[in-house]
Structures are given as C-alpha cells and as structure tokens.
Design a protein around this ligand. Structure first.
Ligand code: PLP
Length: 393
C-alpha cells in the first residue's frame, strides 16, 4: 500500500469491519486481521501439540512458535532473548514486579498519568521490598511528562522509573528517548507502557533506550496476548520465576512460566508483515487526517474540553481523543449517542483512574473517549460528528 494509504484496501483485511458497527473503541482493543484468524484455525487444526518433541508435527509447531518469537523480537528491534510474550501487559508487568531485585529504602518514581497497569504492580513491589514511592505528575494544562518535570524527583537513591509512552486518555506522545537519558543519568531503570503507542507507530526499543517496554498485541490487530521487552543489561536485575531445573538465560525463560500461548504467538509474522506492507508513515498520515476532522470540530466548541493535546499534528499525538462536555455527564452523553447510532466509543476513566480523579479532577464518569486507528475512515468520523451534534446540548 506504500505511502498512499488506501483505507478501503486495509479494511478488506479485517473481517469484523463488514458488520454494522463503527469501531471507535480501538484503544480498548483493535479488530483482528483475517490472516491472523485463519492462521489460528490452521494451527489448531493441524499442529496443536506440545512443543519440543521430535516427531514431525511437534517440529512444525515448535518452528511456528519460534518464528512467532523471532518476528516479534525483530519487530521492535530487540534480541530473541530479550522478549517474553504473555496474556496481557498487566500480567507481564506483574510477573516482572515479582522478579525485580531492589534494596530496602531504594526509591521508585511512578507517573500518575498512567493506566493502572503501570502503577499497581510497582506499588505492590514497593510494599513488599519497603521501597519509597515518589509520584511524577504533570498538572493541567500541560499534562505532559518531560525530562524537566522528572528531574526534581531524581537522585542516586532512585532505582526505577515507570511511565507511559502515550496515555490511553490524553493521547500525547512522550519523548521517551530523552526521558530514558534523564533516568539513566542517575543510574535508574526505565519501564515504559507502550500499549497506547503501539497500534499507531513503529517501536524501536534500542533507539528509545528503554530498559523495559511492554505492549498488547490484541490492540495491534492480533489476538489476545502482550509482550514485554527487557534489555540484556536490565535482565541482570530480574530473578527467574520458573522451576529450579529450567534454563534461565532468556527473558522468556525467566518470566514466561509455563510458556506463551502457542496458537497466538505463531500469528505474529502475519501481523508484522501486514504492518510492513501498509507502512507506519502511511498510517501516521492517515491518522492525522482522522484526528484533524474530529479535533477541528471539538476545538471549535466552547462547551467542550479536550483533555490532552488539542494539536492535530501526528508527531504530537495519536488519535485517542478524550473530552468532556460542560454540564453533561459523560456516561449519559455516550449512551444517548448509542441510542441513535451504530457508533461504538467509551465513557469513564478507562483504567487511568488516578489521572482522571486526581490530576484532571473529573467526576466518576470521567471522559468521553473516541479512539481511532488506521482502518477508520474520514467518512466515519464525519458521521460521528453528526451524531455528536444531535446529542450535544
Ligand atoms: C495504556 C494502557 N496500558 C495498559 C493496558 C492494559 O493492557 P492489558 O489488557 O494487556 O493488560 C491498557 C489497556 O487498555 C492500556 O490502554
């Protein structure tokens, strides 16, 4: 498809998009590629056996699983020994938190601009190991994590920092490379939640300079699984969780416990080859057109507050757009839209509860969130605006 993105052609690759439903809750989970669905069916029909045996079907299944791991590592520019695939980012961060080694009294810095997935495991870890927690917040209207607002929290006591690449509410892209440099200047490790970034842009963990990075393949057009990267150097701080007689060299051996889901892992080459054929430049350009249509409308209304960047620039944000309407409950707003349309989008804190309650200071029903990906069309977004106009006061 190249730089000139053909949305109709992309949509053909997703069987679910033929339904009478407009999918605008993609930050919750994307639709699955047809090739992925077929490949799971074929795997289960023909090669669903225990890996590692010497008979021919077992060799095939072992190779397919290995190819999945290999494609996943290459996709983010990691080594095969630096990734582990699990059921969710929440599960992988929780496994990691059980395995990290720190000393009593060490400090960790946690951002409050997060999905709870990148907070709760580290709070439990801090409680268990008696670590001190420092909160990292960027107040309104900036709402952006930067090296400048991180620096006052850092000292040589800080051993670990956790933050998001893109908030699943705000949509702004953080400069992770600069943040990683700042974290490393005091010798600490950086753990990044890449879940809301991954469906929209290429990830290169080496260029970012992160120590730990995770995202969920089920939001990147695949089945329900997620992946964690830990650099070989960072793995020095990771204590293996597996049985005592198992090998402990790779991150998979350290953290996967009984292995990753075979039928899902072996679909990864289908996902990465699709994304390569479309190209992330084309995806970013198309997404910029989509977010421009919606943001131009939202920004033009005095009664609407967009939370996160109001800029339409694809270098500033991804098309995950949250807003509130003055005097209108977010839940009621979305439910009213559902009554008159086939548009599917969200209300609530979407698991970033600390951000919505404590930083944005919103009501429990929090925001209205419209989250687009490259298979959405400008027509869909123009249609959404017509629906919004009908339910706005
Ligand atoms: C930013 C962000 N982080 C983490 C998660 C949790 O991912 P998982 O469901 O794979 O645990 C989500 C899911 O919505 C998310 O949006």
């Amino acid at each position: 498809m190249g730089a000139t993105f053909d949305a109709a052609k992309a949509r053909e690759r997703f069987p679910a998009l033929k339904q009478d439903q407009v999918f605008l809750d993609n930050a919750g989970g994307s639709q699955t590629l047809g090739d992925v669905i077929d490949s799971i069916t074929q795997y289960l029909l023909k090669t669903n056996v225990q890996l590692g045996a010497t008979y021919s079907t077992a060799q095939q299944s072992t190779n397919k699983y290995g190819d999945g791991y290999q494609a996943a590592a290459k996709y983010i520019n990691a080594g095969r020994d630096e990734i582990v695939i699990g059921s969710s980012t929440t599960q992988l961060f929780t496994n990691l938190s059980s395995a990290l080694k720190f000393q009593e009294g060490d400090e960790i810095v946690l951002s409050k601009m997060e999905h709870e997935t990148n907070i709760n495991p580290w709070l439990k870890l801090a409680e268990r190991l008696k670590l001190t927690i420092k909160w990292w917040v960027s107040e309104k209207p900036e709402l952006k994590l930067t090296p400048e607002n991180l620096k006052p929290l850092l000292s040589d006591k800080v051993k670990f920092v956790a933050c998001t690449h893109v908030s699943n509410v705000l949509g702004g892209i953080h400069d992770i490379k600069s943040i990683a440099e700042t974290v490393h200047s005091v010798g600490a490790l950086l753990c990044v939640d890449g879940v809301s970034f991954a469906p929209h842009r290429q990830i290169d963990v080496k260029a970012l300079g992160v120590d730990f990075y995770a995202f969920s393949w089920y939001k990147v057009y695949g089945p329900h699984m997620a992946m964690l990267y830990a650099s070989n150097a960072a793995q020095e701080h990771v204590k293996p969780l597996g049985h005592f007689f198992n090998p402990t060299e790779t991150l998979e051996e350290k953290l996967a416990l009984a292995g990753s889901n075979y039928e899902n892992v072996q679909t990864i080459p289908q996902i990465t080859s699709y994304l390569e054929s479309v190209g992330f430049d084309a995806i970013a350009a198309h997404e910029e057109r989509l977010q421009t249509v919606l943001l131009d409308f939202l920004n033009s209304r005095d009664d609407i507050t967009v939370w996160g960047p109001t800029s339409t620039d694809s270098t500033v944000r991804v098309p995950t757009i949250s807003f509130t309407v003055k005097g209108v409950n977010s839940r009621k707003f979305v439910e009213d839209a559902e009554k008159i349309s086939n548009y599917g989008f969200r209300w609530g804190h979407v698991y970033s509860k600390r951000l919505c309650d404590e930083v944005l200071g919103l009501e429990p029903e929090a925001v209205v969130r419209v989250s687009m990906v490259h298979y959405n069309t400008e027509e869909e977004i123009k249609g959404l605006i017509e629906v919004l106009k009908k339910v706005l006061p």
